[in-house]
Design a protein around this ligand. Structure first.
Ligand SMILES: [Zn+2]
Ligand SMILES: [Zn+2]
Length: 427
């Protein structure tokens, strides 16, 4: 059993004095604080190499940290070690008579599992063991989920790359680069994950990048076709002919590129031959009248042929597309960006598009620099996350390179995702 230091928790009495030492004296970077309302504590993570310090400040007199400081003074509170197999580590400790605070692993941050060991068994130190999330990605990129009468099938159209700074807006690089490692051109890897919804009809939300772009484009955007929507559809037992309805969150090329395809004669035509394409009217108007700020994201070949083929349905308002499936305008990313709510048998799932493109974008301030109306993104995201936490909604992350979908959790003020496990899931 190999254990690696994850972080060291330090209870502080006077945060400013602690910052004067760790930040000003030692010159360490302090991450934005995270409030853990249930524990009345505010946590400041301080990266130090491969591990972190975690400064813990009580925010109320009845906080466990306040009591700890009152009784023992400020100082070392706990150490957290990462292990590969937490259940095995606990069993091994128990068999040797260790006193466990948590007999079983319980859900922690970022899909991780955690358990505390009593200080009396760890020579006076409170020890937290943590097993990092180990999501197995199905090689085809297909994840199926049953939601009441609806079947949700997350597909994969490969990867592309965008500038990391642009993807995280005002968040400093030392913070975002810990979550999304940039390449030598400062780009981060993003997936494209269209979602098929099968119910009364068969629908697909967005369709990835498509195949119409040239080598220069593919180089600029680091297009990686390890996965492809055609193959992903086939793995899910579907073909383009099976799709009745295509819904666009918006018409940026990484969402609408796959709406059309070039046929053998070189003509561009709708990719899903039987489908009606549903696009927000305001988004259609913006895409067909681009300006200097959004022009690079709109490529007419992706959507103009839909109008010519007469397969376009422009919608003005939030509405039900088929039983259990509703589109809802979010704005923010662009004026008429929309998300899709799916609801059946009292359970809900949300396809949020570019409102929260990856799991790294869960903190309120982690908003793309690409967004035209970031303050709208902030307001809508806050309200969405609060509701998704309360209602335990399943959330799909269209651009996350690893996690297709999961349930949000908030622990000690930090937001995390418990990913859907395996290629097939229910509940
Ligand atoms: Zn977009
Ligand atoms: Zn996008």
């Amino acid at each position: 059993m190999k254990a690696v230091l994850d972080h060291i928790g330090i209870a502080v009495r006077d945060l400013n004095a602690a910052l004067a030492f760790y930040r000003d004296g030692l010159g360490l970077e302090i991450e934005a604080p995270e409030d853990v309302i249930s524990q009345s504590v505010r946590a400041y993570f301080v990266p130090v190499g491969n591990a972190s310090l975690e400064l813990l400040e009580a925010t109320a007199p009845d906080s466990p940290i306040a009591k700890y400081v009152e009784k023992r003074g400020p100082g070392l509170h706990h150490i957290t070690l990462r292990v590969e197999d937490l259940a095995r580590a606990l069993a091994q400790l128990k068999s040797r008579g260790a006193r466990l605070i948590d007999e079983q692993p319980r859900p922690g941050a970022e899909g991780a599992l955690v358990a505390f060991i009593h200080p009396s068994s760890a020579h006076g130190v409170l020890v937290e063991l943590k097993q990092a999330s180990s999501v197995v990605i199905d090689p085809s990129g297909v994840t199926r989920h049953r939601l009441g009468d609806l079947e949700l099938i997350s597909l994969h159209d490969g990867f592309f790359r965008l500038d990391g700074g642009s993807m995280f807006g005002v968040v400093p690089k030392p913070l975002w680069s810990a979550k999304a490692v940039p390449d030598e051109r400062n780009r981060i890897r993003l997936a494209m994950r269209p979602l098929v919804v099968r119910g009364e009809r068969t629908m697909i939300i967005d369709a990835g990048l498509g195949d119409k772009e040239d080598a220069k484009f593919c180089d600029i955007y680091g297009v990686d076709r390890a996965m492809h929507l055609d193959r992903s559809l086939a793995d899910a037992g579907l073909s383009p002919e099976d799709i009745d309805i295509v819904v666009a969150t918006h018409l940026h090329f990484d969402h609408a590129g796959g709406f059309t395809t070039r046929d053998a004669s070189g003509r561009i035509r709708p990719r899903f031959p039987r489908a009606r394409y549903i696009v927000r009217r305001g988004e259609w108007d913006d895409a067909t009248h681009p300006h200097e700020r959004n022009r690079a994201s709109y490529r007419a070949d992706n959507y103009a042929p839909l109008a010519e083929a007469g397969v376009l349905d422009l919608v003005d308002d939030d509405q039900t597309i088929m039983p259990g499936v509703r589109v809802h305008r979010t704005g923010g990313h662009n004026m008429h960006h929309q998300m899709v709510w799916m609801e059946s048998a009292g359970r809900r799932a949300a396809f949020v598009g570019d409102l929260i493109p990856t799991t790294a974008h869960l903190p309120d301030a982690w908003i793309m620099g690409f967004d035209l109306y970031p303050m709208d993104t902030l307001a809508v995201k806050k309200a969405f996350v609060r509701e998704a936490l309360e209602r335990r909604d399943l959330v799909y992350f269209e651009h996350d390179p690893v996690v297709a979908a999961g349930y949000l959790t908030e622990e000690r003020g930090k937001r995390h995702v418990s990913p859907l496990q395996g290629p097939i899931s229910t509940g």
